[in-house]
Write a protein that binds this ligand. Structure first.
Ligand SMILES: [Zn+2]
Length: 314
């Protein structure tokens, strides 16, 4: 069993983090998000108590409740409904009918222009197998944590366009939650112009984050590439061309249904690592300074893209 991270333990693990209010810096850069909270979400969601967060299981419901509570504490509005929860049916591995739950919040834009941006991350993982918990720290407690902390920043400084924050369920069972969202009235009513999807963004010894998808939407690349990196972060483009074969990630996570619906996307993720879909995908194995640098940069990219939506080609 893991313990909940105390600030003292955080400092031991991540000596660059300062707990003082005015300088939550990591070493030599100033993060655009709250690094302490970011790491805390990952440690909690990837603890054994959440039993691998498999869709439709008790652990999955616990993760749903955690994200929902964070959305409520941030004072976010439900998108398209009176509730954050968007349920959908799926078939469990034992062939029994089951129900998944996306959580969809919105931060209204301050501008008058039409169109919205969907920021997404799946919160489910693989569950337990043969008595081992697949904790899914990188996949995808990391993206879920980023989703929450990006929502915090955009609550404090609202976007120009409506931004929907979508915590999807049942990604590991075939992008089921994201597909249900794109089929829903909420997707249609929201006039979605861009999807920013985060899935595995916290573990790279080389400090490398992919911004994938610009092969399909080349107008996005200079906008993204122009955003300065901070901290230990190298941004790579790719993993999005048919010639990449099995390395083409175009259909590999929740951005795929958006792409199929004609919505431009950017997928942020790291190269596959030894922990990928293994019980060793643990909190202890993520690279905290890289993670913080990656989410900070994604935040800055999201600001730029929010400001550029009106200039996207039809
Ligand atoms: Zn994933």
């Amino acid at each position: 069993m893991k313990r909940i991270l105390t600030p003292l333990l955080l400092l031991l693990l991540f000596p660059g983090v300062s707990c003082s209010q005015d300088s939550a810096g990591t070493g030599n850069f100033e993060p655009s998000v709250d690094a302490m909270r970011l790491l805390s979400h990952v440690e909690i969601l990837s603890s054994d108590a959440y039993m691998g967060r498999r869709a439709g299981t008790e652990g999955g419901h616990m993760a749903q409740a955690y994200v929902q509570q964070q959305f409520e504490e941030l004072g976010l509005q439900p998108a398209c409904s009176e509730s954050f929860v968007q349920t959908f049916p799926f078939t469990a591995s034992d062939s029994s009918p089951a129900e998944g739950a996306n959580l969809i919040a919105v931060i209204p834009g301050t501008g008058s222009a039409a169109g919205s941006v969907v920021v997404s991350a799946h919160y489910d993982h693989l569950g337990t197998r043969n008595g081992e918990v697949y904790n899914g720290a990188d996949d995808n407690a990391s993206g879920t944590a980023a989703l929450i902390e990006l929502a915090r920043e955009f609550t404090a400084n609202p976007p120009e366009h409506d931004i929907l924050f979508a915590a999807f369920d049942a990604e590991e069972l075939g992008l089921v939650g994201a597909r249900a969202f794109v089929r829903s009235d909420c997707f249609t009513a929201s006039d979605v112009r861009l999807n920013i999807n985060m899935d595995m963004i916290s573990r790279s010894g080389a400090g490398e984050l992919y911004a994938s998808g610009t092969y399909h939407y080349p107008f996005l690349r200079p906008l993204i590439d122009g955003v300065p990196r901070k901290g230990p972060l190298t941004v790579l483009f790719g993993h999005d061309e048919p010639s990449d074969g099995f390395g083409d990630w175009t259909a590999s996570s929740d951005h795929a249904p958006f792409n199929s619906a004609g919505v431009p996307f950017v997928y942020f993720g790291v190269e596959d690592h030894p922990g990928y879909h293994n019980p060793s995908d643990d909190f202890d194995a993520i690279t905290p300074e890289f993670f913080t640098a990656a989410v900070s940069w994604i935040h800055d990219v999201l600001r730029v893209l929010d400001g550029a939506v009106d200039s996207f080609p039809d």
